[in-house]
Structure formats: structure tokens, C-alpha cells
Design a protein. Sequence first.
Length: 334
Amino acid sequence: MNIDSIHEKARKEQLGKIKTGNSVFGLIPHEIGEIVFCDSDTWDEKAPTREETNRSRIWTFVISAGIISLFWVIFPNATVLGVIISIAVSLLAILLMTMAGDFSGTDYFIGEEGFAVMKFKNSRDNFTKKDIVRFSDVSDVVDYDLEYYDSKGKYEHSMYSYCFHNVFGKKLNNINASYAFTGLHKKHPSQKIDYRFWKRLEDAWYDFYIKKLAYINKKMGDTFVFIMFESTNKKDLSRCNAAPFVIIEEEKLTIWGRTYTPENIGRIYIDKGVSNETHEKKGKLVIEGTDYTPKKLLKKESGTIERIPLSNVGNCRIFIKVIEKYIREYNIKS
């Protein structure tokens, strides 16, 4: 379902009604704190009655029969095309008549302390799947937001994936995401309800995380630890392995056990590479040591260099900001 002005008006009205207790939602997940955002792919309060369903089916039958009859009246000799049109319209009518009594959808909520995605069927309080996640139970968000283009630069499709992980006190092998979602769209998903929800959710998570980070840093003495998530399927991190790979403690920058300081860092930058595929975090964070020499003509690359794939970094947005802060504070070339 796409977002339009009518949908937005309904969404804002329902957000206001949540506070007064008379919204269409079958359940408000109070575990996630005060609701700051809500959405749904259907705003009907209840399933259509049997009379309404039967009326809809009758009208579908009448209209489809009328289309078929009108075609044969106008084009009586177009036998082959007439058969094709008749079959196509009949199949569509059967599909619409079957779906006439269907009442199902998905409700989305973002609260100050978490989020919820709840699928319902037959009634708004009959849930077939209910996922409620508190931010306090999450340590890392790993996300992809990929757009693919052909050789001429024309948009082909997009894929986005969001995984919420909790690595606190866990073994980091074969960990399962607290919640994971992947969407694939032939058209750009910017006007899709679920895509907009995940974008808003990512912002809400980082607002929460920044507050938590201040507390963590106070306890750890301004030490930042970032996790790398890896899977055999690089675009599905719902089940994966994880490892702490970057530790930033004052001027010390430790990557996979190797420690750098401003004295032995030559340059830090993001290399997006050469590709028609675009991604806001696509590419690698590159850290060159002072002893690094790039490849030139017949000379091979030599010296110390780290290339960190950003797409697999937990809380990547924070990671990049911390690296940028590190560069500024220690006046490192970038």
C-alpha cells in the first residue's frame, strides 16, 4: 500500500485518538512507552458484514458480466480476443469475489521505548503475529538500504533489510535477531508504508541509543565498542555471527586487536568504490597507517591498511559519527 494524502490524514487522526483511547487499533502496545508514531495498511475498524460482502460480490459479478457482454456486442467477430478477454475478466472477478470478505492487515507502532509490528485477520484484535521489541533489549541495529541501477543508470529495484540484535551477555556464534525484516521492491519504496516505518524506526532507535550511549560512556570512561556481524548470506543477518572489531578509547583506535594512535595513522576516509549500485553506507572505512604506500604503476601496495565493510557494522550511523569525531579531535587527515 502506498502513502497518499488520505492515508496520512487517517494516520494522524488515529495517532491523536490513541491518546484519547478511541482509535481503531485492536491493541495498543503499552510496553513500548508513549506512542509517537502509528501506521496501518488498512484503516477499517472492523470486517465487512455478510450483507456488505454479498453486495460487493454481486456488484463484482454484474460488472464483470457487463464488460464481457459489451465486448462481444462491439466485437462479435473477434473470437480469439473475445475468449482471452472473457477468461481474464472472469478470473479477476473470481479473485475479487474471493477477497470480498477478507479483512486482514498490519499495524505499526513506534514508542519512546520500543516498537511493535502486529498482523491481524478477521478482526483488529485477532493477531496472527505479534512482535513487540523494547529498545532496552537491543544492542545493535544492522541495516541495508540498497538501490540497483543498470549500466545506463536506470533504476531497476531496491532491497532493504533491518535486523535488531542483542549481544549483551551472549555467545556471539549463531545469534538470532530480536526482529528482522527484508523488503524487495521493483519500484522505489519511498512511498511504501513499511519502508517509511523502518526509516522512522531507525531514527527513534538512534535517539534512544544516544541517551543510552551517554550512560554507557560514563560507566566505561568514554570507551566505544562496535560489533561486526557476518553471515554466509551477506544480505540476511537475521541469524549470524558477531564479534567486537573496533574499540575506541580516548586516542587509541583498536581494530581486530591492532592498536592505532594519531601518531601512526596517515589517513582515514570512506571508499565507496566504483559501482552503479548506491547505498548510503556502501563502501568501506579505510584507515591507512603512516607506513602505507598505495599501488602505483609497477609498485605494489605496501604497509598497514584497514578496510572495514560498513554495511555489516552494528549501529553504523553512530560508528561513522564517532570516527568523524575522532578525526576532528586528533586532526587526522581524511
